[in-house]
Design a protein around this ligand. Structure first.
Ligand code: DUC
Ligand code: ZN
Ligand code: ZN
Ligand code: ZN
Length: 485
């Protein structure tokens, strides 16, 4: 047979291993894997790695933050940046604020993405107003339509849910089939610490870190895990930052509770010291939770190797270092007035490829798993995404393992204007990126037009199914147990 396109002579890496194979593409899908495949066009991949395109399951795009500030990136600039970094699918947020109708929120984010995205995309349904209309009408319909992940916040004044509201949302997810993801930090401790620090004049960006004590994460992880145990509803803990947080996840999984966990490059490569810069510059490194210590970094790496943590996402949350972003509250803000978040869509994969593959901390199979295959599986995008297999979408990144790049402060393709990882020398770079068989990055250029990305609606994945072990209070053999569900 003659195919549309063949990627010839590369080393194909999946979670299962590496093998020298050609990849043939027909109608946007992978049509064959093997030797000496023929096609009307070809890409020479000799000396290169051929990997599934990255799946970044946590990023904030063209979104109004919990604090009411608009991200610096549109779908066009964010997904362009993702594509340059080897990522071909993103999951961002359809962010409901109080008073918003969820149905309308999703429609408006979908319209923005449809106009701008160059990668494929899906949405987490961010719930901050769990009214009867949200819980009984919009949320069930949206889940059934294929938006099968939900985001809840346990902190941030304007978006956080009370414990009983989190339980309400989890019950809807359980009934219709969706994963519940959480920003889990103890709200009261953070607020108390921040108020006390600011009252005493400790207002610089480095005190943002101090205001998020490590135990905030331990407490809130443990709390959400017990909700998961009570209702037998799977949960995903976003952005694990501490050794103790990873240990809480490990113990819960050992108890048979269905909890998944994510970490991000900022927790693997940055520490609290990065916020300690003269003037306000530390604001560029302010994210929540904050980067911790080198021993936390080691514990997170270990947790990833052991499978306690399953995925690495960017938590790309773009704000410029000017009055439109980090300095929106004026030239002299205290740390509470500075938007949280840093850019990461473009650097996620190169940072991890360098550490895991080039420097040998792990393997290329594990790199593919943590950054593409596992997120695709957990969020219901697999096998279309995150795989190099016959029938999968031809979302492929061709990596030059020998290319060395020194990250520059202004070298990224997002709209943020700085790079928190500038100055690092990385080995390994994604040179050519295909999305559904089309070259979207090649010859150092973006070759896709805005709006060519597609919405990915998802079915119920194994990760989303309850285990069958509900809390005893819900035992259907009692006359009240079944009534509670
Ligand atoms: N923290 C969040 O909770 N969301 C966006 C970015 C950040 O730092
Ligand atoms: Zn709103
Ligand atoms: Zn968060
Ligand atoms: Zn986030």
């Amino acid at each position: 047979a003659e195919y549309d396109l063949v990627i010839k002579g590369g080393r194909v890496a999946t979670t299962e291993g590496v093998s020298a194979m050609d990849v043939a593409i027909q109608d946007g899908e992978i049509a064959a894997l093997g030797r000496d495949l023929q096609a009307r066009a070809s890409i020479d991949a000799a000396g290169k790695f051929v990997l599934p395109g990255g799946v970044d399951a946590h990023c904030h795009i063209e979104q109004l933050s919990g604090g009411g500030l608009m991200n610096a990136d549109t779908f066009e600039t964010a997904t362009r940046s993702a594509a340059f970094g080897g990522t071909t699918t993103v999951i961002s947020f359809a962010a409901q604020h109080r008073g918003d109708r969820l149905r309308d929120v999703v429609e408006s984010y979908a319209r923005l993405a449809a106009a701008g995205a160059v990668t494929d995309y899906a949405f987490h349904l961010w719930i901050s107003d769990p009214t009867p209309e949200t819980l009984e009408q919009d949320l069930p319909r949206l889940i059934e339509a294929g938006h099968r992940s939900i985001k809840v916040f346990m902190t941030y004044d304007r978006v956080r849910l009370l414990d009983e509201q989190v339980l309400d949302v989890m019950m809807v997810a359980r009934k219709y089939g969706a994963l519940v993801c959480a920003h889990a930090e103890n709200h009261g401790m953070i607020k108390w610490m921040a108020d006390r620090l600011i009252a005493r004049g400790y207002v610089e960006p480095k005190f943002h870190g101090v205001s998020h004590p490590r135990v905030c994460e331990i407490e809130a992880f443990e709390r959400l895990i017990r909700f998961s145990q009570l209702l037998d509803q799977p949960v995903m803990l976003f952005h694990v930052s501490t050794a103790e947080g990873a240990a809480v996840v490990r113990r819960a999984r050992g108890e048979g509770i269905k909890v998944f966990a994510e970490t991000c490059p900022q927790y693997l490569f940055l520490t609290a010291q990065d916020l300690d810069r003269p003037d306000l510059e530390g604001a560029k490194w302010m994210c929540s939770p904050p980067p911790r210590t080198t021993s936390d970094q080691e514990a997170l790496w270990r947790g990833l190797e052991l499978g306690d943590l399953q995925i690495i996402s960017s938590d790309h949350a773009p704000y410029r270092f000017d009055e439109s972003g980090k300095l929106a509250a004026g030239a002299n803000p205290d740390f509470k007035q500075i938007a949280n978040g840093l850019p990461g869509l473009e650097t996620r994969l190169p940072l991890l490829f360098d550490a895991m593959v080039s420097q040998g901390r792990s393997t290329i199979e594990k790199f593919v798993e943590l950054t593409a295959t596992a997120p695709a599986k957990i969020y219901g995008l697999h096998p279309r995404k995150g795989a190099i297999a016959v029938g999968a979408d031809a979302d492929i990144a061709i990596w030059d393992p020998d290319r060395e790049v020194v990250l520059q402060d202004d070298g990224l393709h997002d709209n943020v204007g700085y790079n928190p990882f500038a100055g690092r020398r990385l080995k390994g770079w994604p040179e050519t990126v295909l999305r559904r068989g089309e070259t979207i990055i090649g010859d150092g250029r973006l070759q896709a037009s805005p709006g060519s990305g597609r919405l990915q609606l998802r079915g119920i994945a194994a990760s989303m199914r309850p285990t069958g072990r509900l809390g005893p209070e819900f035992d259907p053999s009692t006359n009240f147990g079944a009534q509670l569900l």
